[in-house]
Design a binder for this molecule. Sequence first.
Ligand code: PLP
Length: 376
Amino acid sequence: MPSTTISFARGAPSLDIVDVDGLRAAADRAFAKDPAGLTGYGKGTGYGPLREWIADQHDVDAEHVLLTNGSMQADAFLFDAVVASDDTVIVELPTYDRTLLSLRGRGADIRAVELESDGVDVAALERVLKTGAGPKLAHLIPNFQNPAGYTLSLAKRQQLVELARAYDFLIFEDDPYREVRFSGESLPTMLSLDTDPGRPGSGQHVVYASSFSKIVCPGIRVGYLVAQPELIAKIAKLAVNTYIAPNQVAQGIVNQFVRSEAFPASITKVKTELATRAAKLGEALNRELPDARFEVPEGGYFMWVELPKGTDVAALHAAAAERGVVFTKGTDFMLEGGEAALRLAYAGLTVPEIEEGVTRIADAYRSLAAPAVDAA
Ligand SMILES: Cc1ncc(COP(=O)(O)O)c(C=O)c1O
């Protein structure tokens, strides 16, 4: 086995695209400007100035925003507040594996609706609604979906908001990749589409979550929810009972960072680098693994790769690991199916690592397809 394992498994940026110097400077400013705010417990809703900044970004008042330690924590609080055992919840097929685990753990009745390259199959979702499923919420990842890399079209965003209003369920818009768009047009959030014209914050049917993990760094653990103030107040109580308040130091640093010129510069760096990595991954797959079917995403961290029907992704995973390369099996993102698919996360790898990694996966794939050697 090669000495270093190449991992396509982690949705995290490589160190070279994290602005460490910018973060150190932001930390200095944060402690200098607000030592009491950073070192105190703070409030369950999070560090006030960052809450204000996020509220401005989404054109709502600060009472619509709650900050958490990473958006996974926001997801968990939302599910605790809204989803009881046996409640119906719609997810995309495939979807983020941790969301699936979290919903399973809560005993939710999970209905998976096929994801298409322009987002969830809205007609199929409507058929589920027409059966009287009465979902509490629909979890959707609109931009550069994890694991598929696909983006929900504008028309589908509008249709989904209409459906949520008509059938009175919550859309959980889980959107950590929105800013990592490296080609094509940015699309409005469903949160904004749910808002009546001239009435900021009026939408009742979308809860929005995002995070600084993918555009600043995951170690900072700052995520957030945007929702109606009543729901935010309910979740704030859960937050206080869980940890009194989220990490004020991290949020104080993010607050200084996002208000400085370092922030847009850092996003540009992430986007430029990831555009190259995604393109090089596509080229390497075309060259080394012509059986692979995929779309090069317009942003984000992931590419979804389908291999011919009958491919055993578990066997491929094992053969690839022997060759020093790991990825995530398609089956991890689905209640059933995905046996011939895999997710390749390219954000944490350099171009030479991506090329070498694909060469190793292709070798593993050929080893599975090779006819058995006749020992006689
Ligand atoms: C769709 C989605 N939601 C939430 C998260 C969790 O992000 P955070 O680091 O903010 O907890 C991820 C991380 O990969 C993700 O892909």
